[in-house]
Design a protein. Structure first.
Length: 621
């Protein structure tokens, strides 16, 4: 493992590295990044000069006197002197004069060092990604790790915490722009975008997060640091553009996403974070949007995926797009092993970053209103036709190893279309079986999602539907709204877990129901069982934080670094930024052969990485 140079200021680290590369040159080095280092990092009016060993004391004194300079101290180091420059002379003039002097071997400013900067945010100690000392965080295993396995960010904060000059677009489920740690760091979009971004799900200019994910991502990038509340992001000050492309269940389309990317590019974002993805065929329109970002000098940071699979074998997009402005990120645990869920890819995934048990801002308070399905209480059951031979109609029972729905090893209370019976029992033709129940406990929330777990075994052409009715009663009749319709053959055992948005039920006494409708002639199979059923709600607030895991969390660690690099080096192109991220990382055994670099991101090393952008010149102040 590479040992961080903890005693060096950034400019000194840069200087040492350039000296190594330029050691055969007759001209002393000129730090190419010095223009980006604040003047407060060196003592005004002083330089440190190293004279060549062949130069006498008299020659040294004459050299300084000719410039109106005087010796402050000899420093007890052979050849070196601390020199006071003349009144009215600039640092740049003094350095330039000594660099061309044949008696001088080396000259530099007198740099200022100080204790490592740490934020005063009360939950900072839980951010193992920034400072890993083996602390226990969260519940995802492992939830404690190895001291020092972190992003090496505290040294970088000695040099830059303000990334607000670079707009970072969070293309996600939106952002709760009122959250206490984010409100001050949101993009100021002007009168056309008063809510700091745009919403391509509901097609308006209010990208409020109704899922939570985007707010969490935004906090990792730029939760306000050193403000005595909550957590901190990679950047303590930021300009976060909220671009909503995922709905209240975290789902979005190509059309949503490419509009979001193009909006970010058009409105000045230079870093885009997309903690999203999916398998499937190559998506040309999506790829074209990444290329548009590239053509506008925008870096795009994306997630590798959470399927514990090799992206080189089964492509995941946008990770597997090949544009040079795209960086794909795997997740590491606190021992810097590849997270148990993380995808990888020796040619498709670029770097790793912390991605388990990551604490960050959240959109609001989540709650669950479970229905245990233990009895007929509150349920209305209807069957058409009304006769009930064996295997017909909804009922109540327990699914487990003793039934025709094999849910081993546990038993589950359930609403079933074929109550416990021998495996040969099947649902009948020409049936319309419904089960629904009224709820009235959703008032005051902002989002309501119906989560259900179904064991399904139906033939092609038959339907399994979910619906709600704001006025109560049968949701499959009258003014009810169908929110899910699954049709087609489902081979036993087929387990369907999913969510549907029932926010239309907020502030109303709704009924929610399930329906099995079958055709007239096709032979039937075992039917349906609803083995899990709950209503998940989100109530927006400004003070909630959450600890979750995923490559979605690793990605904004890198997007935040990209913003920091571009803020620190305003001349950096996307190529310079990508190069510093990849080559400034540190090698990690768990990523060898798993990513294109074999490296985990290292913030300080990337900040000090020596690859000056084309055309950059030193301008010492």
């Amino acid at each position: 493992m590479k040992t961080p140079l903890r005693s060096m200021a950034l400019a000194a680290l840069v200087g040492a590295a350039l000296t190594l590369y330029a050691q055969d040159s007759a001209a002393p080095f000129a730090p190419p990044l010095l223009a980006s280092v604040a003047a407060a990092q060196y003592v005004p009016g002083e330089v440190l000069v190293k004279f060549k060993p062949t130069t006498s004391t008299q020659e040294r004194m004459a050299t300084m006197a000719a410039r109106g300079h005087s010796v402050l101290a000899s420093l007890n180091q052979p050849g070196w002197a601390q020199v006071k420059i003349g009144a009215g002379q600039t640092m740049e003039t003094a350095l330039a004069a000594y660099r061309t002097d044949p008696n001088v071997e080396y000259v530099q400013p007198n740099y200022i060092y100080h204790a490592n900067l740490m934020p005063n945010d009360p939950q900072y100690g839980q951010l193992w990604a920034f400072k890993n000392f083996g602390q226990t965080v969260g519940t995802f295993s492992p939830n404690s790790g190895t001291a020092g396995d972190d992003m090496n960010i505290e040294l970088a904060w000695d040099h830059i915490t303000d990334c607000s000059g670079v707009v970072v677009a969070v293309v996600d489920s939106g952002v709760n722009y009122n959250q206490e740690d984010l409100a001050a760091n949101m993009w100021k979009g002007g009168p056309s975008f008063p809510n700091h971004g745009n919403d391509f799900v509901d097609n308006d200019n209010d990208p409020m997060d109704l899922f939570g994910h985007g707010t969490h991502v935004a906090g990792i990038i730029g939760a306000a640091g050193n403000n005595v509340m909550g957590t901190t992001g990679v950047c303590w000050k930021a300009s976060i553009m909220a671009v909503r492309v995922l709905n209240a269940m975290g789902r979005g389309t190509t059309a949503n996403i490419i509009q979001g990317i193009n909006f970010a590019v058009t409105n000045g974002a230079k870093v885009i974070n997309m903690s999203l993805g999916g398998g499937g065929p190559f998506d040309q329109l999506f790829s074209d949007a990444i290329t548009n970002a590239q053509n506008n000098d925008v870096i795009v940071v994306v997630a590798a995926g959470n399927a514990t699979s090799n992206n080189d074998v089964a492509a995941v997009y946008p990770c597997n797009f090949t544009q040079p402005n795209l960086v794909c990120v795997a997740a590491l645990d606190p021992n810097y092993a590849l997270a148990s869920f993380s995808n990888w890819g020796a040619t498709s995934v670029d770097v790793g970053a912390p991605g388990t048990n990551i604490l960050s801002s959240w959109a609001g308070t989540n709650a669950s209103n479970p229905d245990p399905l233990t009895s007929t209480s509150g349920w209305t059951i209807t069957t058409t036709p009304t006769t009930t031979p064996p295997g017909v109609g909804w009922g109540f029972g327990t699914l487990g190893t003793s039934t025709n729905f094999l849910l081993d090893p546990a038993n589950y209370d359930a609403v079933v279309t074929t109550p416990p019976a021998p495996p040969a029992v099947k649902y009948r033709s020409s049936t319309d079986d419904r089960a629904y129940k009224a709820f009235s406990a959703l008032a005051g929330v902002n989002v309501a999602i119906l989560q259900s777990f179904a064991a399904i075994n139906v033939v092609s052409g038959d339907h399994f539907r979910v619906a709600y009715a704001r006025a109560g009663g049968d949701p499959f009749a009258g003014s009810g709204t169908i929110i899910s319709d699954v049709t087609g053959a489902a081979t036993f055992p087929n387990f369907l877990f999913g969510g549907v948005d029932i926010s239309g039920c907020i502030s109303a006494t709704c009924s929610i129901g399930f329906q099995l409708q079958s055709g007239a002639t096709t032979p039937k199979d075992r039917g349906l069982a609803i083995a899990g059923f709950s209503i998940q709600t989100l109530t927006l607030n400004t003070t909630t934080y959450n600890t979750i895991s995923g490559t979605s969390m690793a990605t904004p660690e890198v997007a935040g670094l990209a913003a920091m690099l571009r803020a620190f080096n305003p001349q950096y192109t996307f190529a310079d930024t990508v190069n510093a991220i990849k080559n400034g990382g540190r090698s990690v055994p768990a990523l060898a052969g798993k990513t294109t670099t074999g490296k985990a991101v290292d913030v300080m090393s990337s900040l000090a990485f020596i690859n000056p952008p084309t055309g950059l010149t030193a301008a010492v102040q």
